[in-house]
Design a protein around this ligand. Structure first.
Ligand SMILES: [Zn+2]
Ligand SMILES: [Zn+2]
Length: 344
């Protein structure tokens, strides 16, 4: 049996990846697979595993030879449990990666590719310490790639020395990133990974990705950079997700965009534990992605947030509980909606 090169893809599937992000990761993974499958070294050695994280971490694909690998379905859910993902990574490495013994060749030290675009929602320090001190074999390298503008780089710097930054989360940008990651895996599969100190030399980065230099400020003390609220279109009843970004100058959250959700994604999110968010911290609402109405209200009976305009007719049917609601300051449907965020 050949020496295997275990490659772990740790993919952030939190709500902030909705929109272009998750699609681009899917496409990137797909092209990575087809490219690696044309590479004889990679075919001989690379074994891939996919671990995703949202409010919890999941092994979507256990360590699998390249040829047998089936692309998993990536679903966006609330939460960014990086700590849980690192713990699961540690478990899997210990269970799956062969250590040297008298009668079997050991595997190459694993390569970990971590993609995240936000701030962790759980404790990540203990799992990092565990990977550093207890996990055998230690990963040869962890590439931590921060995507977008709301990444806590101080966390990534604690995870690894190889912290990369990619601010543009467009499809082209992810495409270039995956070409580069593919080349890195490919050269690691030729044994380049076993260099002095176990460090793999970084190949030339694409123009949209840079090495993160300097000391990143921790974002842990500050307000969450992005928040997400689930809502339903009042007319079409379809679900959507509202994205807000913190505006430091005004000390409130500004609406960025609303993204359509599928019922499958609503089901996948399940009963996430929402934190209360004071509606006065929200400066309006992004337009409904189903009917383009510019505002939002919430149902006093069931709490469902739904799209609305201020000059809507005076009664409405809640898309969550089907109750008839009266609008206006004394009504059951408040325009200054009191809502729960889905956290992550
Ligand atoms: Zn609507
Ligand atoms: Zn309701």
């Amino acid at each position: 049996m050949n020496r295997r090169l275990p490659v772990y893809l740790l993919i952030d599937c939190s709500e902030s990846m909705i929109g272009g992000g998750i699609e681009a990761v899917r496409a990137g993974m797909s092209s990575m697979l087809s490219k690696l499958r044309t590479d004889p070294h990679a075919l001989d050695t690379v074994h891939l595993s996919v671990i995703t994280f949202d409010a919890e971490a999941r092994v979507l694909v256990p360590m699998t030879p390249l040829l047998e690998f089936q692309e998993p379905v990536l679903l966006v859910r609330p939460g960014t449990a990086l700590g849980a993902a690192l713990n699961l990574l540690a478990d899997r490495i210990q269970a799956e990666v062969r250590k040297t013994s008298h009668h079997a060749k050991s595997d190459y030290r694993p390569l970990v590719l971590l993609l995240t675009d936000g701030q962790p929602s759980d404790d990540w320090r203990a799992p990092i310490a565990r990977i550093g001190a207890q996990v055998q074999p230690r990963p040869a390298n962890i590439y931590a790639i921060g995507c977008g503008v709301d990444v806590d780089y101080s966390v990534l710097q604690s995870v690894t020395d190889v912290v990369l930054r990619m601010e543009d989360m467009g499809a082209d940008s992810f495409g270039k990133l995956f070409v580069w990651l593919t080349a890195s895996v490919s050269s690691a599969s030729q044994g380049v990974g076993e260099t002095v100190g176990g460090k793999i030399k970084l190949g030339k980065l694409p123009s949209n990705v840079e090495v993160f230099e300097g000391v990143a400020p921790s974002l842990e003390e500050g307000p969450q950079r992005q928040i997400f609220l689930r809502a339903r279109c009042e007319t079409k009843k379809f679900p959507y997700l509202m994205r807000y970004r913190f505006d430091a100058m005004f000390g409130c959250y500004q609406p960025v965009k609303a993204h359509r959700l599928s019922e499958e994604e609503v089901k996948a999110a399940g009963a996430a534990k929402p934190d209360d968010i004071r509606s006065e911290l929200l400066n309006g609402a992004p337009a409904c992605p189903w009917c383009e109405r510019p505002g939002a209200s919430s149902c006093g009976a069931c709490g469902t947030v739904f799209c609305s305009t201020s000059d809507d007719r005076s009664t409405t049917i809640c898309p969550g509980c089907s109750n008839m609601l009266n609008r206006g300051p004394e009504g059951d449907a408040g325009a200054g909606f009191s809502v729960r965020q889905s956290g992550g």
